[in-house]
Design a protein around this ligand. Structure first.
Ligand SMILES: C[S@@+](CC[C@H](N)C(=O)[O-])C[C@H]1O[C@@H](n2cnc3c(N)ncnc32)[C@H](O)[C@@H]1O
Length: 307
């Protein structure tokens, strides 16, 4: 396994996607380093086909190498999963047996300081998953009006000190542009009330701010609902959708989209969904010990009704 990223809840994903049947067309909407895709292919090869989608060109390059032994049973596509329907119609694929979403950023993206996702190391304030996109974190931080900054920090970071942080961003950028991850992380600390600065934090105060900015830069919440609805549409009867989310905002969207589609049962044309996991599945303590990233993971599974 490439050190790119350790896949989370991998056995559960393969099990719930019914890959043991040994065939079928599966879509991995968040290919990353290809960890989950490889686990799926190990079950469905050579009868089955896997389509791997990622908007990050670097992820695709690494996954291509990782999956090279499965040759013609893999199709990799650089695109946003919000275009899932179009991607499949380009490939002349009508219905699929299963779809996986493993949301957010990979360990590779987080660790590579040039990508600017992490405040642990200094890098350019970037945070784009799609490197061909023009809008990045520096543009956001240096151009959003104060009110918009507050909205982003509150909605996507649930940040208590959003007003203080937004105010300091505006004051600071009047002096010089904010262009590095370290500059932003230091600013967040300075924006906290003095009593909070010296505290021993459970999580670093910049964590929520970086999460919020990343979500806005990549329009993560907007594309999620779109991608999920398209996935539900392209599933064949008895096909399954698995979604792994890492924070409550994502999980809420997944839960609501599933619930909404489950309500459609019996309404023509059939678009109904049966929810398989009433409560989301979580990683075992053993998995969390091996892979701390699994700590916050929640897996939800649903099944398309026969159409
Ligand atoms: C958590 S990682 C997936 C890791 C993968 N499951 C593995 O085992 O290596 C998420 C990946 O999805 C990609 N991604 C996130 N949102 C996306 C979107 N809307 N469209 C396409 N790719 C997306 C990211 O670029 C990242 O590579």
């Amino acid at each position: 396994m490439h050190s790119f990223h350790i896949p989370v809840l991998s056995e559960e994903v393969v099990h719930y996607l019914n890959c043991n049947k040994g065939s079928g067309v599966y879509v991995d909407c968040t290919l990353g380093g290809g960890g989950h895709s490889k686990a799926i292919l190990e079950k469905i090869y050579p009868q089955g086909l896997l389509i791997g989608i990622d908007q990050d060109i670097e992820a695709l390059r690494i996954a291509q190498e990782e999956l090279s032994s499965f040759r013609d049973r893999v199709i990799l596509v650089k695109d946003n999963f919000k275009n899932l329907g179009e991607i499949l119609s380009r490939l002349k694929i009508d219905k699929v047996s299963g779809v996986l979403f493993d949301l957010g950023v990979s360990s590779y993206q987080l660790k590579k300081k040039e990508r600017g996702f992490s405040f642990q190391e200094d890098g350019p304030l970037d945070m784009r998953m799609d490197l061909s996109q023009k809008f990045d974190a520096a543009k956001l931080v240096n151009s959003y009006p104060e009110k918009e900054l507050i909205r982003v920090l509150e909605n996507y970071g649930e940040e208590h000190f959003s007003k203080r942080i937004a105010r300091l961003i505006v004051l600071e950028r009047e002096k010089r542009p904010i262009t590095t991850t370290q500059q932003l992380a230091d600013l967040v600390l300075r924006a906290l009330p003095p009593a909070k600065r010296g505290e021993r934090w459970r999580i670093h105060p910049a964590t929520r701010v970086f999460q919020a900015i990343r979500i806005e830069v990549n329009r993560e919440m907007e594309v999620l609902a779109e991608g999920l609805n398209q996935a539900i549409k392209v599933l064949a009867g008895e096909g399954r959708i698995c979604v792994i989310s890492y924070h409550s905002l994502e999980d809420r969207i997944v839960k609501n989209v599933f619930k909404e589609a489950a309500r459609e049962i019996g309404k023509p044309p059939t678009y109904g969904l049966k929810i398989i996991t009433k409560k989301p599945l979580k990683a075992s303590p053993e998995e969390i010990r091996r892979n701390p990233r699994a700590r916050s993971a929640k897996l939800r599974v649903a099944e398309k009704l026969i159409d």
